[in-house]
Design a protein around this ligand. Structure first.
Ligand code: MG
Length: 162
């Protein structure tokens, strides 16, 4: 078994799409980023890369590369999954926290969980999605940014080396 942690923060800006865990959330503002800014998938990728001991998302997908400009984070995750398969490992479970003052994410948690299950190829009952406000404090609380934190446990498949 190997454990990994991921964290990410992105700025909110009017006129951008808001994507969280691959789910489009209706909101006046969305996340600014070199890719689609999906802060949940970025935290998840960092957690998986960390558990494998394979660096971070910036090593894998530099934010100055033309090849990843505007790219869907789900597509970036495909490369992480490929590396997991090469390492003969799989995700045992995922726990994630989305820090957002607005929009209210309660109604979207189950959709985000199902989307993460599809993207990460993990059964939904091995994924948990929590949403918290920041009590009005800091960049998240003032509605200027969203953050995500993620913990992942990896297990080796039969015959695989960790
Ligand atoms: Mg990011």
């Amino acid at each position: 078994m190997r454990i990994g942690i991921g964290h990410d923060v992105h700025r909110l800006r009017r006129g951008r799409k808001l994507l969280l865990g691959g789910v489009r959330i209706p909101h006046a503002r969305g996340l600014v980023g070199h890719s689609d800014g999906d802060v949940v998938l970025h935290a998840l990728m960092d957690a998986v890369l960390g558990a494998m001991g394979e660096g971070d998302i910036g090593d894998w997908f530099p934010d100055h590369a033309d090849s990843t400009r505007g790219i869907s984070s789900g597509r970036l995750f495909e490369r992480v999954k490929k590396r997991l398969a090469e390492r003969k490992m799989r995700i045992a479970n995922i726990d994630t926290i989305i820090h957002a003052q607005a929009p209210h994410l309660g109604p979207y948690k189950s959709r985000i969980r199902e989307s993460l299950a599809r993207i990460a190829s993990v059964p939904a009952d091995r994924i948990n999605v929590k949403a918290k406000t920041a009590e009005g404090l800091g960049a998240v609380g003032e509605g200027r940014a969203l953050e995500a934190t993620c913990v992942v446990l990896l297990e080796k498949k039969r015959g695989g080396r960790s």
